[in-house]
Design a protein around this ligand. Sequence first.
Ligand SMILES: [Zn+2]
Length: 311
Amino acid sequence: MKYIFGADVGGTTVKLGFFDESCKILKKWELPTRPENGGSAILPDIAAAIDACLAEFGVNRDDVLGIGIGVPGPVDDNGNVNRCVNLNWGVFNLHETLGKLTGLRVKAGNDANVAALGEFYDGGGRGSRSMLMVTIGTGLGGGFIWNGHILNGAHGVAGELGHLTINRDETERCSCGKYGCAEQYGSARGMAMLARRRLAKDDEPSSLRKQDSVTAKVLFDEARAGDALAKEILDEAFAILGETIADACCMVDPELVVLGGGVSKAGQDLIDGVWPYFEKFRFHASKGTRFALATLGNDAGIHGCFHLIAD
Ligand SMILES: [Zn+2]
């Protein structure tokens, strides 16, 4: 039997998975991400966790096919990382660095792309041949899978639909430094920003005004309970998401769009909200494009890491 490790590195935790070659998870655990000192402890922490796991299972290093790793920033096909702001990482080669620490083959990918790969093989994208994953969490990420492979692009930028400019008049900055990115409106943080702006505009009564903070979840809950202003704010976010996804589909024309990330916990309400705007803004020949929800939740990343190595 051969084995594969998956490491999905986030800003607060590293999610680890130890798989056998049939994609069965033998162990799943988390480490705290330590971003201090330029994030220099993160890879040694992962290497130590892998060593401990091999010892625990009595598995020989020669029987490990490799480590798939997802990181929150751009990575090219050769493993060159170009700044991961949340980890305080600069520019270096992840394949070499983690390979030296572990003695194992390493294949890296951007976290959104890797989650897309996981959903493609094991989740909401199963059975499709081309899939655009839209990750609606704190930020707005995307990943495109074509015939089982991530479309990474020349600089690891492919699929970054959250940073399509959709408002040239925006005066607040996006986390990326630009102005008017889709992420500024269509992510969880963006929905909270739309709520803040709308509530400040006038004093129309709303159950939202009784909330300590208006998050994306609060907006969905209050809209479901019938609050008109919550529906209006969400509708604006849905319009931006529908337009952004329709534009992205003009570039890559996927068979299936999978909606994932924390906001996708809203389930069918999210699809029902975004779909009419997708229909409005899509190119006519995109008519057959289908929407589905992600199914793997937080495990999408480690599943994708497995497939980085396995396929
Ligand atoms: Zn941006």
